[in-house]
Design a protein around this ligand. Sequence first.
Ligand SMILES: CC/C=C\CC/C=C/CC(=O)SCCNC(=O)CCNC(=O)[C@H](O)C(C)(C)COP(=O)(O)OP(=O)(O)OC[C@H]1O[C@@H](n2cnc3c(N)ncnc32)[C@H](O)[C@@H]1OP(=O)(O)O
Length: 280
Amino acid sequence: MTTVLQHVVRRSILRPFAKSFSSGSPLVDVQVNDKTGVAIVKMGRAPVNGLNTELLGALNDTFDSLEKNKATGMILSSSIPNIYSAGLDISEMYNGTPENLTKFWNTLQSMWINLYSTPLPTVALINGNAPAGGCLLAMSCEYRVMVGSKFVIGLNETQLGLFAPKWFQDTMVSIIGPRQTELALTSGKLFSAQEALKIGLIDELVASEEEALASSDKFFGLFKRIPGYARGQTKNFVRAEVLDWLLKNREHDTKVFLNSIQLPHVQKGLGLYLQSLKKK
Ligand SMILES: CC/C=C\CC/C=C/CC(=O)SCCNC(=O)CCNC(=O)[C@H](O)C(C)(C)COP(=O)(O)OP(=O)(O)OC[C@H]1O[C@@H](n2cnc3c(N)ncnc32)[C@H](O)[C@@H]1OP(=O)(O)O
């Protein structure tokens, strides 16, 4: 089992930065700014950036490579208009075999561990709707900028007859606190951009992608004179409790997912929800 401390030490050892970079997947586009070393990672799985095993794996590989190649920061965004991510791909969870469900969930866990614990400064540039797993991605970054006021963000799992796993919940608690998280999660609330700003679920609401990039630059600028090692250690210690739970309980968490998702009434609800989306 990997402890948080081993995790922190392993991930603080960075090699020189490579200028050219390819994510190795058509689902993830990566552009690295040669001058600053900041990478813009854009998810591009049409139609809605549904997080299936392939996209989750590609994101995970991308985060690994950016760290190994010593990028100086990462902006996580989307190349699909009006969509950040529709969250977990429901078709992966509907009628899946135990083997596929296990692989799917383990890939999600690995991606999240990598994203949540990366020593790189991270910004979510939220340029579209971000329900459920989409919200988790954004919340796992350090700073959240939403572009345009027409989008929603939140953990709406209960609306699907599911519940947000403990580490999804804890990630939200660390941002908006237990009281607001309980209210939001039990009702499956999707926050409007204004509401999300007011409650602190997003840090900034801007009108254009250019403004969002300027805000990101400003955020990265905060660390110009801070040694990366010191920043990385601090981030990991602040995040240790939430991270540590999943590192220590991965198998248990997978079992809870498998048991819950395969319940007949949960499967029935997922089927109906998928149908309702397709009927729109
Ligand atoms: C341990 C506890 C157990 C389990 C925990 C499980 C945790 C789950 C977390 C999740 O992430 S669950 C996913 C929750 N996501 C949602 O509720 C979002 C659903 N989607 C939408 O609300 C909308 O699609 C949108 C606002 C994101 C975009 O709207 P719009 O641009 O109007 O697109 P459409 O609705 O027409 O969708 C286009 C297309 O995509 C399909 N689709 C949408 N979302 C998903 C999804 N999450 N998974 C799979 N497929 C999705 C939709 O059915 C349409 O399909 P067509 O075949 O009609 O093209």
